[in-house]
Design a protein around this ligand. Sequence first.
Ligand code: SF4
Ligand code: SF4
Length: 302
Amino acid sequence: MLDRREFLKLAATLSTAFGITNLPEPVSAALKKLDPKSIPKLIYLQGQSCTGCSISLLQAESPSAATMITKYSQLAFHADLSAISGKKALELIDSFISGQAGEYILAVEGAIPYKKPEACMIGHKTFAQHLEEASRTMTAAVAIGACACDGGIPSAEGNLTGAIGLKEFYAKKNIEKLVVNIRGCSVHPDWVWHTIVHLVKIGLPDLTETGSPSLFFSKNVHENCPRYHDFQQEIFAKKLGDKGCLFKLGCLGPQTDADCPSRWWNSGQTWCIDANAPCIGCASPLFAKKRDLPFYRIASQG
Ligand code: SF4
Ligand code: SF4
Protein backbone atom coordinates (compact mmCIF):
# COMPACT_ATOMS: atom_id res chain seq x y z
CA MET A 1 0.00 0.00 0.00
CA LEU A 2 1.24 3.48 -0.84
CA ASP A 3 1.13 6.14 1.83
CA ARG A 4 0.13 9.70 0.98
CA ARG A 5 3.70 10.81 0.29
CA GLU A 6 4.33 7.90 -2.05
CA PHE A 7 1.08 8.55 -3.87
CA LEU A 8 1.87 12.24 -4.37
CA LYS A 9 5.22 11.14 -5.78
CA LEU A 10 3.42 8.80 -8.17
CA ALA A 11 0.99 11.55 -9.18
CA ALA A 12 3.92 13.92 -9.81
CA THR A 13 5.66 11.27 -11.90
CA LEU A 14 2.51 10.65 -13.89
CA SER A 15 1.95 14.36 -14.31
CA THR A 16 5.38 14.71 -15.86
CA ALA A 17 4.99 11.57 -17.91
CA PHE A 18 1.56 12.28 -19.35
CA GLY A 19 1.76 16.00 -19.89
CA ILE A 20 -1.30 18.17 -19.43
CA THR A 21 -2.99 19.34 -22.58
CA ASN A 22 -5.35 22.17 -23.37
CA LEU A 23 -8.73 20.66 -22.81
CA PRO A 24 -11.21 20.86 -25.67
CA GLU A 25 -14.83 21.92 -25.03
CA PRO A 26 -17.11 20.41 -23.77
CA VAL A 27 -14.51 18.26 -22.10
CA SER A 28 -12.88 21.04 -20.10
CA ALA A 29 -16.23 22.12 -18.68
CA ALA A 30 -16.91 18.57 -17.56
CA LEU A 31 -13.52 18.10 -15.99
CA LYS A 32 -13.55 21.49 -14.27
CA LYS A 33 -16.45 20.16 -12.24
CA LEU A 34 -14.05 17.80 -10.48
CA ASP A 35 -13.39 18.88 -6.92
CA PRO A 36 -9.64 18.44 -6.40
CA LYS A 37 -10.23 17.83 -2.68
CA SER A 38 -12.31 14.76 -3.31
CA ILE A 39 -11.83 11.90 -5.72
CA PRO A 40 -14.94 11.13 -7.74
CA LYS A 41 -16.43 7.69 -7.47
CA LEU A 42 -16.04 5.14 -10.23
CA ILE A 43 -19.04 3.15 -11.41
CA TYR A 44 -18.02 0.13 -13.47
CA LEU A 45 -20.68 -1.34 -15.76
CA GLN A 46 -20.28 -4.36 -17.99
CA GLY A 47 -22.05 -5.04 -21.27
CA GLN A 48 -21.16 -7.63 -23.90
CA SER A 49 -17.89 -8.67 -22.36
CA CYS A 50 -16.09 -11.79 -21.17
CA THR A 51 -14.89 -10.00 -17.99
CA GLY A 52 -11.31 -10.55 -19.12
CA CYS A 53 -10.49 -6.86 -18.75
CA SER A 54 -11.72 -6.88 -15.14
CA ILE A 55 -9.53 -9.89 -14.42
CA SER A 56 -6.57 -8.11 -16.01
CA LEU A 57 -7.17 -5.00 -13.87
CA LEU A 58 -6.77 -7.10 -10.76
CA GLN A 59 -3.19 -7.92 -11.82
CA ALA A 60 -2.10 -4.31 -11.20
CA GLU A 61 1.08 -4.09 -9.15
CA SER A 62 2.07 -0.52 -8.48
CA PRO A 63 -0.18 0.65 -7.05
CA SER A 64 -1.94 -2.65 -6.38
CA ALA A 65 -5.50 -3.19 -7.57
CA ALA A 66 -6.73 -3.16 -3.97
CA THR A 67 -5.14 0.24 -3.39
CA MET A 68 -6.56 1.61 -6.60
CA ILE A 69 -10.03 0.31 -5.89
CA THR A 70 -10.30 1.34 -2.26
CA LYS A 71 -8.10 4.37 -1.92
CA TYR A 72 -7.59 6.25 -5.13
CA SER A 73 -10.38 5.49 -7.52
CA GLN A 74 -13.15 4.89 -4.98
CA LEU A 75 -14.78 2.10 -6.92
CA ALA A 76 -18.41 2.43 -5.89
CA PHE A 77 -19.73 -0.45 -7.94
CA HIS A 78 -18.41 -3.37 -9.98
CA ALA A 79 -20.61 -6.40 -10.65
CA ASP A 80 -17.81 -8.90 -9.93
CA LEU A 81 -16.04 -7.13 -7.09
CA SER A 82 -18.75 -5.40 -5.08
CA ALA A 83 -20.25 -7.17 -2.12
CA ILE A 84 -23.57 -5.53 -2.86
CA SER A 85 -25.90 -7.32 -5.28
CA GLY A 86 -29.51 -7.65 -6.48
CA LYS A 87 -31.98 -4.86 -5.70
CA LYS A 88 -29.48 -2.96 -3.53
CA ALA A 89 -26.94 -2.94 -6.36
CA LEU A 90 -29.53 -1.62 -8.81
CA GLU A 91 -30.51 1.12 -6.36
CA LEU A 92 -26.87 2.07 -6.00
CA ILE A 93 -26.38 2.26 -9.78
CA ASP A 94 -29.58 4.29 -10.12
CA SER A 95 -28.51 6.71 -7.40
CA PHE A 96 -25.42 7.61 -9.43
CA ILE A 97 -27.04 7.62 -12.84
CA SER A 98 -29.88 9.82 -11.60
CA GLY A 99 -27.30 12.31 -10.31
CA GLN A 100 -28.28 11.96 -6.64
CA ALA A 101 -25.03 10.39 -5.44
CA GLY A 102 -22.61 13.07 -6.63
CA GLU A 103 -19.90 13.18 -9.25
CA TYR A 104 -18.68 10.01 -10.82
CA ILE A 105 -16.66 8.61 -13.67
CA LEU A 106 -18.30 5.84 -15.64
CA ALA A 107 -16.09 2.89 -16.54
CA VAL A 108 -17.54 0.71 -19.27
CA GLU A 109 -16.38 -2.78 -20.19
CA GLY A 110 -18.02 -4.61 -23.09
CA ALA A 111 -19.80 -3.70 -26.29
CA ILE A 112 -23.31 -2.29 -26.63
CA PRO A 113 -25.82 -4.44 -28.55
CA TYR A 114 -27.23 -1.54 -30.57
CA LYS A 115 -29.56 -3.56 -32.78
CA LYS A 116 -30.74 -5.85 -30.00
CA PRO A 117 -30.56 -3.78 -26.82
CA GLU A 118 -32.47 -6.41 -24.84
CA ALA A 119 -29.54 -8.78 -25.38
CA CYS A 120 -27.83 -7.04 -22.49
CA MET A 121 -29.81 -6.08 -19.40
CA ILE A 122 -28.80 -4.65 -16.03
CA GLY A 123 -31.85 -5.10 -13.85
CA HIS A 124 -35.00 -3.96 -15.59
CA LYS A 125 -33.22 -1.64 -18.02
CA THR A 126 -31.07 -2.35 -21.02
CA PHE A 127 -27.36 -1.64 -20.80
CA ALA A 128 -27.90 0.96 -23.54
CA GLN A 129 -30.53 2.80 -21.45
CA HIS A 130 -28.16 2.97 -18.48
CA LEU A 131 -25.42 4.41 -20.69
CA GLU A 132 -27.73 6.95 -22.27
CA GLU A 133 -29.02 8.14 -18.89
CA ALA A 134 -25.51 8.20 -17.40
CA SER A 135 -24.36 10.55 -20.15
CA ARG A 136 -26.43 13.32 -18.50
CA THR A 137 -24.82 12.99 -15.07
CA MET A 138 -21.31 11.52 -15.37
CA THR A 139 -18.16 13.62 -15.52
CA ALA A 140 -16.50 11.45 -18.15
CA ALA A 141 -16.44 7.87 -19.36
CA VAL A 142 -13.56 5.46 -19.70
CA ALA A 143 -14.13 2.71 -22.25
CA ILE A 144 -12.11 -0.26 -21.05
CA GLY A 145 -11.03 -2.86 -23.59
CA ALA A 146 -11.56 -3.51 -27.28
CA CYS A 147 -15.28 -4.29 -26.90
CA ALA A 148 -16.15 -1.05 -25.08
CA CYS A 149 -13.99 1.01 -27.44
CA ASP A 150 -14.92 -0.36 -30.87
CA GLY A 151 -17.19 -3.39 -30.42
CA GLY A 152 -14.34 -5.94 -30.20
CA ILE A 153 -15.09 -9.64 -30.53
CA PRO A 154 -18.90 -9.21 -30.20
CA SER A 155 -18.80 -6.97 -33.29
CA ALA A 156 -16.81 -9.46 -35.41
CA GLU A 157 -18.25 -10.66 -38.71
CA GLY A 158 -21.82 -11.84 -38.22
CA ASN A 159 -22.49 -9.39 -35.37
CA LEU A 160 -26.05 -10.49 -34.70
CA THR A 161 -26.62 -7.96 -31.93
CA GLY A 162 -25.19 -4.97 -33.80
CA ALA A 163 -22.47 -4.63 -31.17
CA ILE A 164 -20.66 -1.28 -31.15
CA GLY A 165 -18.34 0.67 -28.87
CA LEU A 166 -19.29 3.47 -26.47
CA LYS A 167 -18.10 6.38 -28.62
CA GLU A 168 -20.06 5.16 -31.62
CA PHE A 169 -23.10 4.56 -29.41
CA TYR A 170 -23.02 8.13 -28.10
CA ALA A 171 -22.46 9.49 -31.62
CA LYS A 172 -25.55 7.61 -32.86
CA LYS A 173 -27.54 9.16 -30.00
CA ASN A 174 -26.09 12.64 -30.68
CA ILE A 175 -24.56 12.68 -27.21
CA GLU A 176 -21.38 14.72 -26.80
CA LYS A 177 -19.45 13.35 -23.87
CA LEU A 178 -15.81 12.72 -23.14
CA VAL A 179 -14.95 9.05 -23.70
CA VAL A 180 -11.35 7.96 -23.15
CA ASN A 181 -10.62 4.77 -25.09
CA ILE A 182 -8.30 2.23 -23.51
CA ARG A 183 -8.04 -0.53 -26.06
CA GLY A 184 -6.75 -4.06 -25.66
CA CYS A 185 -8.15 -7.57 -25.42
CA SER A 186 -7.62 -7.64 -22.55
CA VAL A 187 -6.38 -4.24 -21.36
CA HIS A 188 -3.08 -3.82 -19.56
CA PRO A 189 -3.80 -2.83 -15.93
CA ASP A 190 -1.32 0.07 -16.09
CA TRP A 191 -3.13 1.54 -19.08
CA VAL A 192 -6.37 1.75 -17.13
CA TRP A 193 -5.30 2.64 -13.61
CA HIS A 194 -2.74 5.23 -14.65
CA THR A 195 -5.32 6.85 -16.91
CA ILE A 196 -7.86 6.96 -14.09
CA VAL A 197 -5.32 8.44 -11.67
CA HIS A 198 -4.52 11.03 -14.30
CA LEU A 199 -8.17 11.86 -14.90
CA VAL A 200 -9.08 12.33 -11.25
CA LYS A 201 -5.91 13.96 -9.95
CA ILE A 202 -4.46 15.83 -12.90
CA GLY A 203 -6.95 16.10 -15.74
CA LEU A 204 -7.34 14.78 -19.22
CA PRO A 205 -4.20 13.11 -20.59
CA ASP A 206 -3.06 13.84 -24.12
CA LEU A 207 -5.08 11.63 -26.46
CA THR A 208 -4.34 10.06 -29.84
CA GLU A 209 -6.57 10.64 -32.87
CA THR A 210 -8.60 7.61 -31.84
CA GLY A 211 -9.13 8.90 -28.30
CA SER A 212 -6.56 6.82 -26.38
CA PRO A 213 -3.91 8.13 -23.95
CA SER A 214 -0.83 8.94 -26.08
CA LEU A 215 1.59 7.75 -23.44
CA PHE A 216 0.50 4.16 -24.02
CA PHE A 217 -0.84 4.16 -27.57
CA SER A 218 1.36 6.36 -29.74
CA LYS A 219 4.21 3.98 -30.53
CA ASN A 220 3.98 1.30 -33.18
CA VAL A 221 4.47 -2.29 -31.99
CA HIS A 222 6.35 -3.30 -35.17
CA GLU A 223 8.80 -0.37 -35.13
CA ASN A 224 9.70 -1.11 -31.52
CA CYS A 225 9.72 -4.88 -31.76
CA PRO A 226 12.94 -6.74 -30.88
CA ARG A 227 12.38 -8.80 -34.07
CA TYR A 228 12.23 -5.71 -36.33
CA HIS A 229 15.79 -6.42 -37.42
CA ASP A 230 14.68 -9.91 -38.55
CA PHE A 231 11.85 -8.30 -40.51
CA GLN A 232 14.33 -6.01 -42.27
CA GLN A 233 16.63 -8.95 -43.00
CA GLU A 234 13.62 -11.01 -44.19
CA ILE A 235 14.21 -13.70 -41.58
CA PHE A 236 10.69 -14.98 -41.04
CA ALA A 237 9.36 -17.67 -38.71
CA LYS A 238 7.59 -20.42 -40.66
CA LYS A 239 5.75 -21.90 -37.72
CA LEU A 240 5.02 -20.91 -34.13
CA GLY A 241 8.09 -21.41 -31.98
CA ASP A 242 10.55 -20.60 -34.80
CA LYS A 243 13.00 -17.77 -34.39
CA GLY A 244 12.53 -14.74 -36.63
CA CYS A 245 9.88 -12.19 -37.44
CA LEU A 246 6.30 -13.42 -37.09
CA PHE A 247 4.91 -11.33 -39.96
CA LYS A 248 4.21 -14.36 -42.17
CA LEU A 249 2.32 -15.98 -39.30
CA GLY A 250 -0.11 -13.08 -39.29
CA CYS A 251 1.57 -10.65 -36.92
CA LEU A 252 -0.39 -7.39 -36.87
CA GLY A 253 2.34 -5.41 -35.10
CA PRO A 254 2.73 -3.10 -38.14
CA GLN A 255 -0.90 -1.92 -37.82
CA THR A 256 -0.97 -1.63 -34.03
CA ASP A 257 0.04 1.24 -31.78
CA ALA A 258 0.69 0.21 -28.17
CA ASP A 259 3.67 0.21 -25.81
CA CYS A 260 3.74 -3.57 -25.25
CA PRO A 261 7.40 -3.91 -26.47
CA SER A 262 8.57 -1.63 -23.65
CA ARG A 263 5.89 -2.14 -20.98
CA TRP A 264 5.62 -5.94 -21.18
CA TRP A 265 2.83 -7.89 -19.44
CA ASN A 266 2.26 -10.04 -16.37
CA SER A 267 4.29 -7.79 -14.09
CA GLY A 268 7.00 -7.41 -16.70
CA GLN A 269 7.56 -11.13 -17.22
CA THR A 270 6.67 -11.43 -20.89
CA TRP A 271 4.59 -10.08 -23.77
CA CYS A 272 3.06 -11.60 -26.90
CA ILE A 273 6.07 -11.62 -29.21
CA ASP A 274 8.45 -12.55 -26.41
CA ALA A 275 6.17 -15.59 -25.94
CA ASN A 276 6.50 -16.39 -29.68
CA ALA A 277 2.90 -15.39 -30.40
CA PRO A 278 2.12 -12.89 -33.18
CA CYS A 279 0.60 -9.57 -32.14
CA ILE A 280 -3.10 -9.95 -32.96
CA GLY A 281 -3.64 -6.19 -32.95
CA CYS A 282 -5.78 -6.23 -29.83
CA ALA A 283 -5.03 -2.56 -29.15
CA SER A 284 -5.98 -1.47 -32.67
CA PRO A 285 -9.40 0.07 -33.47
CA LEU A 286 -9.60 -2.55 -36.24
CA PHE A 287 -9.27 -5.48 -33.84
CA ALA A 288 -11.54 -8.39 -34.84
CA LYS A 289 -13.03 -6.32 -37.67
CA LYS A 290 -10.96 -7.75 -40.49
CA ARG A 291 -10.59 -11.26 -41.79
CA ASP A 292 -6.80 -11.07 -41.51
CA LEU A 293 -7.09 -11.46 -37.75
CA PRO A 294 -5.16 -14.67 -37.06
CA PHE A 295 -8.08 -15.93 -34.94
CA TYR A 296 -10.13 -16.36 -38.11
CA ARG A 297 -7.63 -18.42 -40.06
CA ILE A 298 -8.05 -22.15 -40.32
CA ALA A 299 -5.03 -24.40 -40.31
CA SER A 300 -5.35 -25.44 -43.95
CA GLN A 301 -5.10 -21.80 -45.07
CA GLY A 302 -1.81 -21.42 -43.20
S1 SF4 B 1 7.25 -10.01 -35.08
FE1 SF4 B 1 5.53 -8.66 -35.72
S2 SF4 B 1 5.89 -6.72 -34.69
FE2 SF4 B 1 7.81 -7.91 -34.60
S3 SF4 B 1 8.98 -7.24 -36.41
FE3 SF4 B 1 7.82 -9.03 -37.03
S4 SF4 B 1 5.90 -8.19 -37.89
FE4 SF4 B 1 6.86 -6.57 -36.71
S1 SF4 C 1 1.45 -7.15 -28.55
FE1 SF4 C 1 -0.39 -6.80 -29.80
S2 SF4 C 1 -1.80 -8.50 -29.28
FE2 SF4 C 1 -0.19 -8.43 -27.69
S3 SF4 C 1 -1.11 -7.17 -26.05
FE3 SF4 C 1 0.11 -5.79 -27.36
S4 SF4 C 1 -1.34 -4.98 -28.89
FE4 SF4 C 1 -2.31 -6.76 -27.93
